[in-house]
Write a protein that binds this ligand. Structure first.
Ligand code: TYD
Length: 134
């Protein structure tokens, strides 16, 4: 499976660091929604779903966590521990987020508004869907 990370330029000087992210330029889609999660409890796994159409970029803007991506035939763990690196998560990928450090803030840029109909929440349904679309 090809893992696509995006490194955003850091604008740093003696005052510190700033990262700017522009849709269609740094992110390969129009950003319709931003959400973020924090205060994640120890040992928690989030996600455990796939999307039919939604594309996302996940950025661990503070702390660290691991994103497991599964395309139906292969599973890959990606560590996110830098605030200027995003993980592009294409549609039709099962994802699980785990190993959150206590201070983690995981920000997600999404290509669509929240839509429950776009979710595949059952793993065997995901495998069936993968067969259908490929
Ligand atoms: P959930 O899908 O369980 O999060 P995760 O995939 O990270 O495990 O979402 C948690 C709650 O937040 C759930 O009640 C749905 C709501 N929610 C929104 O209202 N808008 C959103 O954009 C997202 C992602 C979730």
């Amino acid at each position: 499976m090809e893992i696509r990370t995006i490194e955003f330029p850091e604008h740093g000087d003696e005052r510190g660091t700033l990262v700017a992210i522009e849709e269609n330029r740094d992110i390969p889609f129009e950003v319709k929604r931003v959400y973020y999660m924090y205060d994640t409890t120890k040992g928690t796994t989030r996600g455990r779903h796939a999307h039919k159409e939604l594309k996302q970029v996940l950025i661990c803007v503070h702390g660290s966590c691991t994103i497991m991506l599964d395309d139906g035939s292969e599973r890959v763990d990606v560590l996110l521990d830098r605030p200027n690196v995003g993980l592009y998560v294409d549609s039709v990928l099962w994802r699980e987020m785990h190993s959150f450090s206590p201070d983690t803030v995981l920000m997600v840029l999404a290509s669509e508004y929240y839509a429950e109909a776009d979710y595949i929440r059952d793993y065997s349904d995901f495998l069936t869907y993968v067969e259908e679309v490929h």
